[in-house]
Design a protein around this ligand. Structure first.
Ligand SMILES: [Zn+2]
Length: 186
């Protein structure tokens, strides 16, 4: 459970509006009772696996010399043995993933969505359902859907050539996307 705004993180202007509710919601889940302290090798293994699954660079793991538990884009800090557990690592790694996205929002709806996915993948379906139920109970907002790319809209323009609109909703200026789609059409 990171205390907000420690370390170099993006979007510090975004208010961490549902942190308390999210903490309450996760605390009531039985998978948070897992207090089994992982070995350094197992921590590294789990962090590497989550990073690979999320397609991000594995963060530096700091296990000593800090007073706070937190995560940034490239670091995960777990200075106490009672935080070197699967639920803590899943929570903090969800921050690392969120801070590597274009939608960094601390404990906001994008974080909550990522956290649900991490729990489902690395703890299990039962825990995922439990967390989902608890989010609903505590009115924790989470993003419902993946970020969607709008499909290309192909139009025939005057001279008979094809024109493509709405290439990538997230990055409409992406020339590589455009070239790639043009190739597919050809
Ligand atoms: Zn947190």
């Amino acid at each position: 459970m990171a205390i907000s705004y420690i370390g170099n993180i993006p979007n510090t202007h975004v208010r961490d509006h549902q942190r308390k509710r999210l903490y309450q919601a996760e605390e009531e889940c039985s998978f948070w009772d897992d207090i089994n302290v992982l070995s350094i090798n197992n921590i590294k293994h789990l962090v590497d696996n989550i990073s690979e699954w999320a397609e991000i660079k594995p963060p530096t793991i700091i296990l000593e010399g800090n007073t706070h538990v937190y995560a940034t884009q490239d670091t995960i800090v777990l200075p106490y043995t009672d935080t070197q557990t699967i639920p803590f690592i899943c929570h903090e790694m969800s921050h690392v993933i969120n801070y590597n996205s274009t939608n960094a929002d601390h404990h906001g709806r994008n974080f909550a969505y990522t956290y649900l996915k991490v729990v489902r993948q690395f703890i299990g379906l039962k825990s995922y359902k439990e967390l989902l139920g608890s989010f609903r109970k505590h009115k924790v907002k989470y993003r419902r859907k993946r970020m969607q790319r709008r499909g290309p809209k192909i139009m025939t323009i005057k001279n008979g050539r094809k024109s493509i609109h709405n290439i990538a909703a997230e990055n409409p200026s992406c020339k590589i996307c455009k070239l790639f789609i043009e190739k597919q059409i050809a």
